[in-house]
Design a protein. Structure first.
Length: 196
């Protein structure tokens, strides 16, 4: 309820929120007043999906326009509402061949597994195969994983849990130092405030 109240306040003070959001809220109020709780519930879910998409677009606007020499592929930016779940999936890539990539999944089903790996030393040690390790990115615990791309170079993935959301940051043909440097340019605190 707190989440909905805060977001409604944000959107009522801006001119950029969707007409669908207003329609869905009005439909929910009407359905609720008529005792049609299932219809009210559905309309509120639709309104929340609109909010999630707007928040996703704000996250994309906060992301860096470049990763070193790799320009953002803004035309390929994507925000999708997670069907059946609250939250959204946000995606951006950088570089001509999508060399650097970020996906942010709200209410990710992998959160429990990643948090167990990051916060349980015994489990983290048992799952370590030399290609993954625990690191910190801007104070957040994260998993760094290395994979061979078949041409003698390595791809790296950093997974950062933020509450119930999971940030997956991937870079091709790079080093662990380089991907960690790039990950530290992400506005993680701003993203956390927007998606929580």
């Amino acid at each position: 309820m707190k989440y909905l109240t805060i977001l409604c306040c944000i959107f009522f003070t801006t001119n950029s929120f969707s007409q669908d959001f207003k329609t869905d809220i009005a439909t929910a109020k009407t359905a609720y007043s008529s005792g049609k709780l299932e219809d009210a519930h559905f309309a509120l879910q639709q309104a929340m999906q609109e909010i999630d998409i707007i928040i996703g677009k704000e996250v994309l606007a906060a992301l860096p326009a470049k990763m070193d020499n790799n320009a953002a592929n803004i035309k390929d930016d994507n925000v999708m509402s997670n069907v059946g779940f609250m939250g959204s999936t946000i995606h951006r890539s950088w570089g001509q061949n999508n060399d650097v990539d970020i996906s942010i999944i709200g209410n990710s089903p992998l959160i429990t597994t990643i948090n167990a790996f990051l916060n349980t030393p015994l489990l983290g040690g048992m799952m370590s195969n030399g290609n993954n390790k625990i690191i910190k990115v801007q104070g957040y615990k994260a998993q760094l994983e290395k994979s061979d791309n078949g041409n003698g170079q390595s791809n790296y993935t950093i997974q950062i849990p933020l509450g119930s959301s999971l940030i997956t940051f991937t870079a091709k043909n790079t080093t662990d130092t380089q991907i960690t440097t790039w990950a530290n340019t992400l506005p993680l605190q701003q993203i956390a405030k927007l998606i929580q």
